[in-house]
Design a protein. Sequence first.
Length: 216
Amino acid sequence: MTIRVLLADDQPLIRAGLRMVIDTAPGIEVVGEAGTGAQAVQLTRRSRPDVVVMDIRMPGTDGIEATQIITAETPAIRVIMLTTFDDDANVHASLRAGASGFLVKDMALEDILSAVHVVAAGDALIAPGVTRRLIAEFAGRPEPRPRELPGVTAREREVLTLAGRGLSNAEIAASLHISPGTAKAHIASLLSKLGARDRVQLVIAAYDAGLVSPAP
């Protein structure tokens, strides 16, 4: 099945570079390009892509607002946020908007292509080096949230802690001396129990519950 991708960025060169890589990759195609968040919302309604690659800063309706609209209207559509993290103090807001991926623009185009496949498969992805700083920014925002984890077992708390540190299922399995399948099952159980949309929201839950502390 072909993965349908919408590109949203106000820089034509960024869109052209992404399209060049995607158009040469099997099983994936670009179904539209948008230069603003409002255009991204309109094109998403029209073309129903599987994944939207969304710049955060765009004129008018920005990427965060556009993501919130898209994921509210069609939760099955996955959004990957593109950001220059060091320059964007609002990147944390994309967590609440429902984004499933966070990538920095200086990553190799092939890595972004790989991320599209990961997110389209229903997982979430945060670029290496971004996770702790991103969540630290998020965690520092005052917003009352319950810190309890009702129904979560002791083992699941261990898994959630490791997921909050950005570990993959394979790394969690190795750390806890369990099989990757068991780690995956624990992640699925946590998603269900915590009402989390994807792995990104599990990372948030780990910080909210005090299982992981922001980096100093």
